[in-house]
Design a binder for this molecule. Structure first.
Ligand code: MG
Length: 262
């Protein structure tokens, strides 16, 4: 379950490239674009500009390079020509990238145009919750410490945490052990060791935590129709703490203790 230094260097390279995909997306006005257009844009960037492979395409018979989850869609939204982003929407773009055999996984919820304050607060709180999970990562910490940090922040702000989907180990495979739950009790669960690499990707709902899957077999929505947001980073446990492999340049100040692998 732990990675060797050479593997960590390759994972860091994949993470750096994936971060640049989000930097590209940050420059784009999403209003009026279909989620299928965004998928095509990201595929072009990953394949041609980065000379890398979109790891989601073909995995589990999935035909796209990203998941695009709009408003009440919790996760696994499928890009479509008919899903056109409108002013006021929130959309999570979840992207995986493989380079030299190693996969990185990250997602970000974008505010489309002018988003109302309540929706913006959900998005901001979800982002903070992810960081609280990340900040709980260090050798000797327990998986339950991560889940607890996330769940506590969500609850304090009146939001619920989705339980059916979790973070995961990652490396040569997109989904490896262990599972990273976004709820839990401190001091419980697996003990973290240097060299472990996994994702932290909490989904927070404005309403209740319950979800259902649409008839397409992919799209997961909140059962009560409430808004849902998500953020995700791929992280490595280091000797002294955590390294966020998919860290974007605009996040460098986020945690002083976060060490980006060279
Ligand atoms: Mg993931």
């Amino acid at each position: 379950m732990t990675k060797q230094p050479e593997e960590l260097a390759l994972l860091a390279e994949s993470g750096r490239l994936l971060a640049s995909v989000f930097e590209m997306l940050d420059q784009i006005s999403l209003v009026g674009l279909s989620t299928l257009q965004i998928d095509a844009m990201v595929e072009q960037f990953i394949v041609h500009d980065l000379q890398a492979r979109p790891a989601s395409k073909g995995q589990y018979d999935y035909g796209f390079v990203l998941n695009s989850s709009v408003n009440e869609v919790v996760c696994h939204g499928v890009p479509s020509q008919t899903t056109v982003l409108r002013d006021g929407d929130i959309v999570n773009l979840d992207i995986t990238l493989e380079k030299n055999g190693y996969i990185a996984d990250s997602s970000k919820t974008y505010l489309v145009g002018q988003v109302n304050p309540a929706a913006r607060r959900l998005v901001e709180t979800t982002y903070e919750a992810m960081w609280m999970g990340i900040e709980a990562v260090r050798p000797g910490a327990r998986l339950g410490d991560i889940g607890w940090a996330i769940e506590r922040h969500a609850k304090r702000n009146g939001y619920s945490v989705v339980r059916e989907y979790c973070g995961h180990g990652i490396g040569r495979e997109m989904h490896e052990a262990p599972q990273i739950l976004h709820f839990g009790k401190p001091g419980t669960g697996l003990t973290l060791r240097e060299g472990m690499v996994f994702t932290i990707e909490p989904m927070l709902n404005r309403g209740r935590r319950h979800v259902r899957t649409e008839p397409d077999g992919w799209t997961v929505v909140t059962r009560d129709g409430s808004l849902s947001a998500q953020f995700e980073h791929t992280v490595a446990v280091t000797a002294s703490g955590v390294s966020v492999l998919t860290l974007r340049p605009d996040e460098r100040n986020r945690v002083a203790k976060t060490k980006v692998l060279a």
